[in-house]
Design a protein around this ligand. Structure first.
Ligand SMILES: Cc1ncc(COP(=O)(O)O)c(C=O)c1O
Length: 470
């Protein structure tokens, strides 16, 4: 007996659902006859036409076979009992953590979302929509919109002393994608060695390794990466550096190391990747000029809007030497076709109108005050509690690194700091050399206001004071 559920769908849709699920669940085994259209129409009080059209649909989808003058039969292979879907939890996403409001989170590299230029950005988006021709609602080019590439070329020339034409720029989904693209383009065959700074952002190491890199770590000293420490026999496919503000140590590379590094790259036929993620926020003097400006043929520059505007935009860019443009464009296309077009147009307008530079200047004042507040609170609180400390690498960016001589921050210590009310991040997780940097913490101040920094430092230092020294 066929039962149609009560409901809002059309009668034929509900009859189709009743019959298809009866076949799927095995109520009609393969080859078993279904009621004739006459009998079913009479049982349900509906027209034979409705039943016949549902049988035709079931036949077209493979549920039944209709045999002329014999009847309608459940088809072979249409039995698939429903299995309950396995339950998923938010925590299935690796690294998922619920944000806690009761602790000061010193996560680094985060701009303050409370200061995102909402009104100016809405205006730029509205203007982009208004001016947009119907073409921008279709697919675009992998390298990005010409308006944005022109705006970026003129911005980096003016503020970062980079040398490029708009056609050398490839718009990417942030630095993260830019590194992946470069990994695909530069690493192949025997060219697998990637020289990197140690310590190094974990994500960048993972992306390069995912593209097949053999990581060759060079320890970072007071002056960033020293090219004379790169093993002599190596012919690396790439050398990755953060010369203006080494992540995480915060150090910068003086001109001597910069010249030596570009000369090294030329000599061994390698290429330097300059990750210039947050150098706009340099507090003691103007931003250091880019390394790319020194040798545009052998340095690939990566810029990002993640720190100056928001990581949520997922927008950055590559400045490429001419010989790599075609391959990088292809890799971007294979990855995700192109960045969202309306965002690109809005960003181009935002940069060209001067609002981007004004926003950076405003945020620089804000972060400078936060950095001073953090340094002052640390000094005052550590002195009061008798905790030895040393601030290193605090000239730029959204974080600083603090050494606490005699202390070690492993998982247990970090958990105990969290229960004191402050979440801090160890440098050691970024260290490629085991047991290095264990006494140092990265303290991000970009997304905490001064009151939050004050309470956070109190909790942090209280927690550190209670950790036994070694
Ligand atoms: C060294 C470094 N470069 C770049 C970025 C920015 O990555 P993205 O532009 O993909 O947001 C980060 C993120 O914090 C970083 O630590």
């Amino acid at each position: 007996m066929v039962v149609i559920r009560e409901g809002t769908g059309s009668l034929s849709q509900r009859l189709y659902e009743a019959l298809s699920s009866a076949i799927l669940s095995g109520s009609y085994e393969a080859g078993a006859p279904l009621p004739s259209s006459r009998a079913l129409a009479a049982q349900l009080g509906i027209s034979r036409n409705t039943v016949n059209s549902v049988y035709e649909r079931l036949e077209a989808e493979g549920f039944v076979a209709i045999k002329a003058s014999a009847g309608v039969f459940a088809a072979q292979g249409a039995y698939a009992p429903k299995k309950p879907p396995s339950r998923s939890r938010d925590s299935d996403y690796v690294g998922f953590r619920k944000k806690r409001n009761d602790i000061a989170d010193f996560k680094s590299g985060l701009p303050d979302g409370r200061h995102f230029p909402v009104a100016a950005w809405s205006r730029a988006l509205a203007a982009a929509l208004k001016k947009a021709s119907p073409l921008v609602f279709g697919y675009g080019e992998p390298e990005g919109r010409p308006e944005l590439r022109e705006a970026i070329a003129s911005y980096v020339g003016r503020y970062r002393a980079a040398r490029c034409a708009p056609n050398q720029i490839l718009v990417t989904a942030g630095t993260t994608q830019a590194i992946g693209i470069l990994g695909s383009v530069l690493l192949s065959g025997k060219l697998r060695d990637a020289v990197v700074e140690d310590p190094l952002t974990q994500d960048i190491k993972s992306i390069l390794q995912d593209r097949g890199a053999r990581i060759m770590a060079v320890p970072v000293g007071e002056t960033g990466l020293d090219p004379s420490l790169i093993p002599g026999k190596l012919k690396p496919a790439l050398v990755y550096v953060t010369p203006s503000h080494q992540y995480p140590t915060g150090r910068s590379m003086p001109i001597q190391n910069r010249i030596a590094l570009t000369e090294y790259a030329r000599r061994v036929g390698s290429v330097v990747i300059e990750d210039d993620y947050d150098s706009e926020f340099r507090f003691d003097g103007p931003p250091l000029p880019s390394l790319q400006g020194l040798d545009p043929d052998n340095v690939i520059y990566i810029g990002t809007f993640s720190k100056t505007l928001s990581p949520a935009l997922r927008c950055g860019y590559l400045i490429l030497p001419a010989r790599l443009i075609r391959a990088a464009r292809e890799a971007k296309w294979l990855s995700d076709l192109h960045n969202p077009i309306l965002d690109q147009l809005a960003l181009a307008d935002f940069i060209k109108s001067g609002r981007y530079a004004r926003h950076i200047a405003k945020m620089k004042r804000l972060y400078r005050a936060r950095r001073a507040c953090l340094a002052e609170a640390l000094t005052r609180t550590c002195e009061a509690k008798g905790v030895e400390f040393e601030i290193i690498g605090c000239a730029a960016g959204l974080h600083l690194v603090v050494r606490f001589p005699g202390r070690r921050f492993g998982a247990a210590e970090l958990e105990s700091l969290e229960s004191s009310g402050a979440k801090a991040y160890p440098v050691s997780v970024h260290s490629l050399k085991p047991k290095a940097w264990e006494d140092s913490l990265i303290l991000g101040y970009g997304s905490l206001d001064e009151a939050e920094i004050e309470t956070g430092v109190k909790s942090l230092v209280k927690g550190i004071a209670s950790i036994e020294t070694i």
